[in-house]
Design a protein around this ligand. Structure first.
Ligand code: AHG
Ligand code: MN
Ligand code: MN
Length: 305
C-alpha cells in the first residue's frame, strides 16, 4: 500500500508536500475533537454566520499547523477577518470546517484548502494546489498540485503514515449520475429551475446533503453537477470564492470537469474581498457548460476550447 509521504515524494514541490502532510495529520486531531466541540458559540464569522466550537477549533489547529511549517506567508480563513502572517512562498485560503449546519445531525463534514502563489485575495489562476478533507465514514484527503487528483484514506492504527492511497488520478465520469443544488427551488433564477427539471427527465438522481464537500465529492466520483446557484434574493450565491469555490474548481478542472459562476470559469474570478461569494456550478463539463449557456447565453468559444 502506498502512503501519502512516499506518493508525494517526487510528485509535488517540497513546500506543498510539507503542507499536505501536516494538514493530513492535523485532520486526525480535528476529527478526534468532534464529539466534544459541537456546540454553538457566540462568535460570528466575517460572512455573518454563527460559529460553532469546531469551526474555531479546526481554524486554530489548521492555522497554527500551516504557519509552523515555515512555508506559508499567510493563512486566510472563512473564520477570521484578517489573515495570519508567517514566512514562506505560499498563501493559504481555507474553510477549516465545511458543513457546520450538519454537525447536530452527524452528517458528513469537511475542510477545504486553496494554496496560492500570490497574496490574497487573488484569482484562482494563482492557485498551485488545492485539497479537501471529508470527515465521514472514512476520513479522506483529496488533493491536486497540478498533475491529477488523488485521494488518501486514514487507516489509523497501522504502522507509519496512516494515510494510504485510495484513488490515483481521478477523472469525473462522463456519464453523469447525480445532481444537487442548494437554496430553495422557488428562489432559483429561472434558467436554473428549467435546467434541473431537464436533469430529472434525463434520469439523474438527487443527492443533496447540505455539506459542499460531501455533495461535491459525490459528483467527483459519480459524475453530474453540484450547484449553489444565484438566488433571486442572493444573486451572488452563498459559497465563498477563495475558501470554497476556487479550490474545488481547481480539483474539478484537474479531474477533467469544469466550474462556472454561470458566466465564466470560476478560476478566472478576481475576488476583491476575502469573503466574496459567487454562484457556483461544477462537475461534468458538458452539464456545467449547458447550464452556463442557459444562464448567460452561448459564449463564442475560442477554437478547440
Ligand atoms: P460552512 O459550514 O463552511 O459555512 O459551509 C456551509 C455551506 C456549504 O457547505 C453547503 O453547500 C451550503 O452551506 C449549504 O447551504 P444550505 O444550508 O443553504 O443548503
Ligand atoms: Mn463551507
Ligand atoms: Mn466553514
Amino acid at each position: 500500500m502506498t502512503d501519502l509521504k512516499s506518493f508525494l515524494n517526487d510528485r509535488a514541490p517540497a513546500d506543498l508536500s510539507r503542507l499536505l502532510l501536516n494538514i493530513a495529520s492535523a485532520s486526525l486531531q480535528v476529527r478526534r475533537s468532534l464529539p466534544f466541540t459541537t456546540r454553538l458559540t457566540r462568535g460570528v464569522n466575517p460572512s455573518g454566520e454563527r460559529q460553532t466550537e469546531i469551526d474555531l477549533y479546526a481554524n486554530e489547529v489548521f492555522a497554527s499547523t500551516l504557519l509552523a511549517t515555515g512555508t506559508v506567508s499567510e493563512v486566510a480563513s472563512e473564520e477570521m477577518a484578517e489573515p495570519r502572517k508567517g514566512v514562506g512562498r505560499l498563501h493559504v485560503a481555507m474553510d477549516p470546517l465545511d458543513g457546520s449546519s450538519n454537525i447536530a445531525t452527524n452528517n458528513l463534514l469537511g475542510s477545504i484548502f486553496g494554496f496560492y502563489s500570490a497574496s490574497l485575495p487573488c484569482s484562482g489562476e494563482h492557485m498551485v494546489g488545492a485539497a479537501f478533507i471529508t470527515y465521514g465514514p472514512m476520513l479522506t484527503l483529496t488533493y491536486t498540485t497540478g498533475a491529477g487528483v488523488h485521494t488518501f484514506v486514514a487507516a489509523e492504527g497501522r504502522e507509519g503514515d496512516p494515510f494510504i492511497l485510495m484513488e490515483e488520478s481521478s477523472v469525473i465520469p462522463s456519464e453523469p449520475e447525480v445532481y444537487g443544488l442548494g437554496g430553495q427551488r422557488s428562489e432559483w433564477i429561472e434558467p436554473v429551475a428549467t435546467f434541473v427539471s431537464s436533469l430529472e427527465g434525463r434520469g439523474l438522481k438527487l443527492r443533496y446533503g447540505g455539506t459542499f464537500v460531501g455533495d461535491f465529492n459525490q459528483v467527483l466520483r459519480r459524475g453530474g453537477i453540484f450547484g449553489y446557484p444565484a438566488l433571486k434574493n442572493k444573486p451572488h450565491g452563498k459559497l465563498r470564492v477563495l475558501y470554497e469555490a476556487a479550490p474545488m474548481a481547481l480539483i474539478t478542472k484537474n479531474a477533467g470537469g469544469y466550474a462556472s459562476d454561470g458566466a465564466r470559469d470560476v478560476l478566472s474570478i478576481e475576488p476583491s474581498a476575502l469573503a466574496e461569494t459567487t454562484p457556483l456550478y461544477l462537475g461534468s463539463a458538458g452539464l456545467v457548460r449547458e447550464v452556463e449557456a442557459m444562464i448567460s447565453g452561448p459564449r463564442a468559444r475560442a477554437p478547440g476550447s
